[in-house]
Design a protein. Structure first.
Length: 253
């Protein structure tokens, strides 16, 4: 596999930004390839998946590019105060640049999105909100109910929460619980959610799993031993890759 850092001008953020990308370099794996957008958590950046996991080794010989964008501390959301547009940056600028530059399947059946913690929230939210773009979505240890928290509690976890969500976002356009109720259930991507049993976000994951079950929305949900750390994510990203490999019809991960 080949690895590169792409520096580009984000029109949505109105600033320079970067993403990392892994892509096949073996002539025996010609395009078009699938694309997996892999999102980081609140305290990290676009370099973290390469530095803390063996993701490059796990995707070896797959007809897949793995795109790791920089979401800052923006919750992959266009902020309520208009100061940042991390949702548009990913959906328009990053996906658009990858579609134009790499021999990927630039269509719903060729795209997947996933992430951890803040990135798990972002992947589920974006995958549902832009269901016409992604065939499958996954979340590891996702902060899936973060927009539903009391604003003061949310501010303790993420000081920028009020600026981004404008107070309580429960039931709004950035709340996965509300989004999944409103969209055409026939267009919902394949969903996989996992979380460690000792993770501080386990109850948010159980709550969302129950919500999907109550709505009779098919999905995969698993709990494993572990907490909110890279030991857990490095292990379980392999299961996410197998999940996306099936849904993108890539072969065995």
């Amino acid at each position: 596999m080949a690895f590169a850092t792409i520096n580009y001008h984000s029109r949505s953020l109105q600033k320079a930004s970067s993403f990392n990308i892994i892509f096949p370099d073996d002539p025996a794996i010609p395009g078009p390839w699938g694309a997996y957008y892999l999102l980081h958590g609140l305290s990290d950046d676009h370099t973290i998946w390469m530095r803390r996991t063996s993701i490059e080794r796990y995707v070896a010989r797959l007809p897949l590019v793995v795109v790791m964008p920089d979401g800052g501390r923006g919750w992959y959301t266009n902020s309520a105060d208009g100061e940042s547009a991390y949702e548009d940056d990913l959906i328009k600028d990053v996906v658009g640049l990858v579609d134009r530059t790499f021999p990927v399947r630039a269509e719903r059946s060729g795209r997947a999105i996933g992430g951890l913690s803040m990135g798990g929230y972002g992947a589920i939210k974006l995958g549902l909100k832009h269901c016409e773009m992604f065939a499958s979505v996954n979340s590891h240890s996702g902060a899936l109910a973060f927009p539903r928290l009391d604003p003061e509690k949310a501010k303790i976890r993420s000081p920028e929460a009020h600026r981004i969500f404008g107070g309580s976002a429960k039931g709004g356009a950035e709340d996965p619980f509300a989004i999944v109720e409103r969209i055409d259930h026939g267009r919902i991507p394949a969903i996989r959610i996992d979380c460690g049993k000792d993770d501080f976000l386990i109850e948010q994951n159980r709550e969302f799993h129950k919500h999907l079950s109550d709505l009779h929305i098919p999905h995969e949900y698993e709990e494993f031993p572990g907490t909110h750390d890279w030991v857990y994510w490095d292990q379980h990203v392999r299961e996410a890759l197998a999940f996306h490999s099936r849904n993108l019809k890539l072969g065995n991960a």
